[in-house]
Design a protein around this ligand. Structure first.
Ligand code: GDG
Length: 532
């Protein structure tokens, strides 16, 4: 829902442009993935992987300046060696301004909670791929167990000044566990990064009511777009007897508590994509072209995705095939570059998708390719941020065609990096479409004919039209970037704190003298996008 402009002046309005967003309290962030991972290097020494993009990189300085704690699964080989007996390590390296509290998970827990319930049950259901659910009863128990482990760690670090901010679907039960155990003044909030399904699909969640009640432990629950707020409220009405849903305010009343449900679409760090993109020169693009054997003069469109069945990669390949069949002028003139990042390969549906994509690429290349032209270049190699920006900047178009996607950050990264223009072909089923509006070339990924026609339109549109559309998209992406999103979340959290304080008779609000947000210090008591 649109933030209520009439309510108290927000923290973010007082912040200088470029200044780190200010959390309305000391942050205790909890996510499956950790911001820093320690590994053994080739020489046996310990190396640290720092966040390079997305939410993790954006949140790191915010947690740092709130002097908080970040709680996450310690999955690095050398993680234990650098942590203390309690699993704590001060980060960022060299700065040590906040605590990374690692949660240790045995292999069976990872298999059950992460590869099991999170990604074989919740992920397919939330993306309405109900036929891909693979429910093993013990996975549910592991999900409960790991959520309890996270909740216990959160409770250890949270006090009345804390803002607990959980990320994503891996931690759906933890909010209720936390809110039962922390002081009533502590604010508990969560952002759900993937879609919320319609009630018909949600019905397939084993013990679905327990999940809803877990999430209603939050004071604030955020989704990317309004349609997910609406389907969440539908599910509460249908599956949680006794809860009251106010559709006007999107507040759910349950027992003594209240959960405010909001839509705050996530953005990207547009400025840094713009800067990195301006810093890459043509020679870097020429090197990429050489590496992947791209023709010197071809028109190039790109796709960049995790290899996930929700991303509509086979549908995109079908549209490219249709384009080459029905619009023959593109033969020899057009190359599609698809970057697929292998993901969750322990799960059969993901391995099957990888095989399908590779064999379709080979078949289409066989059908149309010539001695000196390959219509589709497919790679699973990891791209550095610089390579990614070179691809974004110099491609003539990007094609993003998910069958359902919470938001889709790649599409926004492409826009932010398109400093010389370009065109974005985007699925009507991505959250990003709801926010980017009419300046994208919208497609239905399942309608192959019109999908191909739209690719043709995007590539052939007069340069003035492409530029005008891209200029407007860029304005939107810059105005609604990652900082903007964090500010909106923090403003909503501050609002919950103030409402709670009013109810409890005057808890100090953010920015008041007793607010400890301004007192960072080492070891003071804190996917995400799923980067896999
Ligand atoms: C979930 C939701 C929502 C990919 N390959 C490389 C690389 N990437 C980076 C991209 C982008 C990220 O991975 C993927 O983010 P998406 O948003 O597109 O998709 P999910 O991973 O499914 O994320 C999604 C998101 O959470 C946030 O809420 O938008 O809807 O599904 O940042 O750049 N990065 C580099 N090299 C690669 O080869 N450096």
């Amino acid at each position: 829902m649109a933030p209520d402009e009439a309510t108290a002046r927000s923290e973010s309005e007082d912040r200088e442009d470029g200044e780190t967003p200010r959390a309305p309290g000391r942050l205790v962030v909890a996510s499956n993935r950790q911001p820093y991972r320690h590994e053994y290097g080739e020489d046996g020494g310990i190396e640290v992987d720092a966040p390079t993009g997305g939410l993790t990189a954006g949140l790191d300085p915010v947690v740092s300046s709130s002097g908080g704690t970040w709680i996450a699964w310690g999955d690095g080989e050398a993680d234990r060696e650098v942590a203390d007996d309690e699993g704590r390590v001060a980060v960022p390296p060299g700065e040590e301004s906040y605590t990374l509290q690692r949660v240790w998970l045995p292999e069976a827990a990872v298999e059950g909670y992460y590869y099991g319930f999170s990604n074989r049950v919740l992920w397919p259901i939330c993306h309405e791929f109900v036929d891909l659910i693979d429910h093993r009863p013990e996975d549910r128990d592991w999900y409960r167990h790991v959520n309890r482990e996270f909740a216990d760690a959160i409770v250890d670090h949270a006090d009345e000044e804390s803002v607990v901010w959980l990320q994503d679907y891996h931690l759906g039960l933890a909010p209720a566990m936390v809110s039962e155990a922390v002081p009533p003044e502590t604010t508990v909030a969560q952002f759900w990064h993937i879609p919320w399904p319609r009630a018909g699909a949600f019905r397939a969640v084993p013990d679905g009511r327990e999940l809803l009640e877990g999430l209603l432990g939050n004071d604030l629950l955020g989704f990317h777009v309004e349609s997910y707020v609406a389907t969440f409220l539908d599910c509460v009405e249908e599956f949680v007897p006794g809860a009251s849903v106010d559709r006007e305010t999107a507040i759910v009343g349950h027992g003594d508590g209240e959960t405010r449900v909001v839509a705050t679409p996530m953005g990207v760090d547009a400025e840094s994509y713009d800067e990195r993109s301006r810093a890459v020169d043509r020679s870097q693009w020429e090197r990429l072209k050489e590496r992947y054997d791209l023709p010197t003069e071809a028109t190039v469109a790109v796709g960049v995705d995790r290899l996930d069945y929700t991303k509509g990669i086979p549908e995109r390949l079908a549209a490219i095939e249709e384009l080459l069949a029905e619009y023959p002028r593109w033969r020899g003139e057009f190359t599609f570059v698809q970057k697929g990042t292998p993901s969750r390969t322990d799960i059969p549906a993901y391995r099957d998708l990888g095989e399908r994509v590779r064999s379709e690429v080979a078949r289409i290349n066989d059908r149309f390719g010539t001695d000196d032209w390959r219509p589709i270049v497919y790679t699973e190699e990891f791209f550095s941020q610089e390579e990614l920006c070179a691809l974004y900047r110099y491609a003539d178009a990007m094609i993003v065609s998910p069958l359902l996607d919470g938001m889709n950050l790649v599409s926004q990264e492409y826009v932010a990096a398109s400093v010389d223009g370009g065109a974005l072909v985007l699925s009507e089923r991505a959250g990003a479409t709801e926010v980017l509006g009419e300046d994208v070339y919208t497609i239905d990924p399942a309608a192959t004919d019109s999908f191909a026609a739209t690719i043709d339109e995007a590539l052939s549109a007069p340069e003035a039209e492409r530029t005008a559309r891209m200029d407007r998209l860029r304005e939107h992406v810059f105005d609604h970037d990652l900082e903007w999103w964090m500010d909106r979340q923090f403003d909503e959290i501050a609002r919950c704190r103030n409402d709670g304080a009013d109810r409890d008779g005057g808890r100090p609000g953010p920015g008041s003298e007793t607010d400890s947000a301004a007192e960072p210090g080492p070891f003071s008591d804190s996917p995400l996008s799923d980067p896999e």
